[in-house]
Design a protein around this ligand. Structure first.
Ligand SMILES: Nc1ncnc2c1ncn2[C@@H]1O[C@H](COP(=O)(O)OP(=O)(O)OP(=O)(O)O)[C@@H](O)[C@H]1O
Ligand SMILES: [Mg+2]
Length: 304
């Protein structure tokens, strides 16, 4: 069972230099050949979770907990760019504007996979085809590509080291809806045909419902609910997930839920207690534990 889990974080926490908890007890599993969506309002800790895995947490912050890749513990950053790669929100962020897209990909193939320069050339063209670009696009500079092409090229670059896991942080928010759909279906294809695992941060519940897989709902630096997409979206159990679904009734972009997010320094108990319609005294005073429900659903709520 455990070898089918590619990434597992256990009780991952991040404290600011002032001691405020930005992430608390984040225990997340990404199974082999699966897509896991990370959703939640702005500031809930989605990007920080990816940064912790990549070893890109700002200096001065302290990180606690453990992370495992295919069962083996690893230190933050140790597997970055090899066994785990990342695609950023800004399609240009993966590239140095002074070099062609092909140069970037070949460089990874030679330095990480040890290919000869001839093999790297052939493999670069193959990777570009995998993401729906032309082999000849290897000679283009990033500024000669549209946003959609650049994001495809960024995915090709992320595939180059043959990683076990690709992290994508809102990879389509900078793109128009048609291009977004194509990129998302490319990502779904990679999971199915290349067999890579994907952890995808998104704001958009319609993306989650369209793509399926597993979902983890974050709030206030904690994971509140996890489960199969279909089940969580059709029957949310955590009051925050319920509020999130009500804020985006037809899917679509997550809109603000009434009330304000408590700043990390003022959080006590459940981070959602001040906005939760069902909160009782225990919710104010005690952080809820994660409970396992039927069907593998996990819910962090005193009342469920
Ligand atoms: N470098 C930093 N210094 C101080 N606080 C930070 C830093 N980076 C993130 N934070 C804080 O950590 C929390 C989580 O941030 P994170 O970027 O992970 O949110 P997010 O869920 O990705 O939000 P968004 O949807 O807006 O991208 C926020 O409260 C944010 O203000
Ligand atoms: Mg973010």
């Amino acid at each position: 069972m455990s070898e089918s889990i590619i990434l597992q974080t256990e009780h991952l926490g991040i404290l600011t230099p002032d001691g405020a908890a930005l992430l608390s007890d984040v225990s997340l599993k990404v199974p082999k050949r699966q897509m896991v969506h990370l959703v939640g309002e702005s500031g809930s800790g989605k990007s920080l979770t990816l940064k912790a895995v990549m070893g890109l947490v700002p200096s001065g912050f302290s990180v606690s907990g453990t992370m495992r890749l295919s069962g083996e513990p690893f230190a933050a950053g140790q597997v970055r760019g090899r066994r785990i790669t990342m695609v950023f929100q800004d399609p240009g962020a993966s590239f140095d504007p002074l070099y062609t897209v092909g140069f970037h990909i070949r460089e990874v193939l030679v330095s990480v996979r040890g290919l000869s320069s001839d093999s790297a050339r052939v493999e670069t063209e193959r990777l570009l085809e995998v993401v729906g670009l032309r082999p000849s696009d290897a000679s283009l500079y990033p500024h000669e590509m549209s946003g959609g092409m650049k994001q495809r090229a960024a995915v090709a670059l992320a595939l180059a080291p043959e990683p076990e896991l690709i992290l994508l942080d809102e990879p389509t928010t900078a793109l128009d809806p048609t291009v977004e759909r194509r990129i998302l279906s490319l990502i779904a294809d990679l999971v199915e045909h290349v067999g890579v695992s994907v952890l995808l941060v998104t704001h958009d519940l319609s993306v989650v419902s369209r793509m399926g897989g597993l979902v983890a709902v974050m709030y206030g630096g904690m994971i509140m609910e996890t489960g199969e997409v279909e089940e969580v979206l059709s029957a949310p159990e955590h009051p925050y997930t319920i509020a999130l679904m009500e804020a985006a009734p037809f899917g679509g972009t997550v809109r603000p839920i009434p009330g304000d997010v408590l700043p990390p320094s003022l959080r006590t108990g459940c981070p959602f207690h001040n906005r939760c319609p069902e909160a009782t005294d225990i919710c104010h005073g005690t952080v809820p534990e994660v409970r396992r429900h039927a069907g593998g659903r996990e819910v962090r709520c005193h009342l469920r």
